[in-house]
Design a protein around this ligand. Structure first.
Ligand code: ADP
Ligand code: ADP
Ligand code: ZN
Length: 214
């Protein structure tokens, strides 16, 4: 099962993608996580990506597309995967489709997690992230057992540099301009499924399982 998560920054793509990956035993591939891991490790890619991420801009396709296409060609992706944060532009989607097509494969579901912009700013300011295991929490909606500490791995949580309100606004503008057109793109391919992301995390997941099957 090959799945793409669509939705605005902060819609809950990562939260749902992790649950999907656990339930269906497929890898969760987040481009944001890959870039943040590279920044943390001080790689060349990380240095380049950070310049764009901190401004709320998209990392250029030249640094993004091949990375994902190589990743989904790996052995553990044979039975499927859930892509979170990629594609984010029509050219990215076209490159992915072309690479999959050459292997006789296709995306089965593009799940759009719908959340209005008004809710997003609130979610982002309360988001806390674990850079060690990739888990994400919310100080009000999805709190940790011990404040500031990851439930899964015990590492200290951070407020992402790009989750400040000014940067979030910029990211939302870019989302509407460059990423939202993917909803029509996957709709035309018959792969689109939509869920109401304003519901409780567990209810959103139940709706997704209703689409993907038990
Ligand atoms: P969010 O979870 O808020 O949607 P991500 O963790 O997916 O954010 O991405 C963080 C940042 O990493 C983005 O704002 C962008 O700068 C960069 N990024 C992630 N995925 C892509 C992509 N597919 N194309 C370009 N830039 C990306
Ligand atoms: P995305 O990957 O789309 O950027 P995240 O999964 O990181 O979004 O979620 C953004 C923030 O909202 C996080 O703080 C997360 O804990 C919280 N969140 C996720 N899903 C829900 C939900 N259904 N209701 C309330 N808060 C949520
Ligand atoms: Zn952790």
């Amino acid at each position: 099962m090959k799945i793409i998560m669509l939705g605005a920054p902060g819609a809950g793509k990562g939260t749902q993608a992790k649950m999907i990956a656990d339930k269906y035993a497929i890898p969760h591939i987040s481009t944001g996580d890959i870039f943040r891991a590279n920044i943390k490790n001080g790689t060349e890619l990380g240095k380049k990506a950070k310049e764009y991420m901190d401004k709320g801009l998209l990392v250029p396709d030249e640094l993004t597309v091949d990375l994902v296409i190589d990743r989904v060609a790996q052995e553990d992706c044979k039975n499927g995967y859930v892509l979170d944060g990629f594609p984010r532009t029509i050219p990215q989607a076209e490159s992915l489709d072309k690479a999959l097509d050459e292997r006789g494969e296709k995306i089965d579901y593009a799940i759009n997690v719908e959340v209005p912009d008004d809710n997003i700013i609130n979610r982002m300011s309360g988001r806390r992230a674990c850079l060690s295991c990739g888990a994400t929490y919310h100080i009000v909606h999805i709190p940790t057992k011990v404040e500031g500490i990851c439930d899964r791995c015990g590492a200290e949580l951070i407020l992402r540099d790009d989750d400040k309100p000014e940067t979030v606004k910029k990211r939302l503008d870019i989302y509407h301009e460059q990423t939202q057109p993917l909803i029509d793109y996957y709709s035309e391919k018959g792969a689109l499924a939509e869920v109401d992301g304003t519901k409780d995390m567990k209810d959103v997941f139940a709706d997704i399982v209703g689409i993907l099957g038990e």
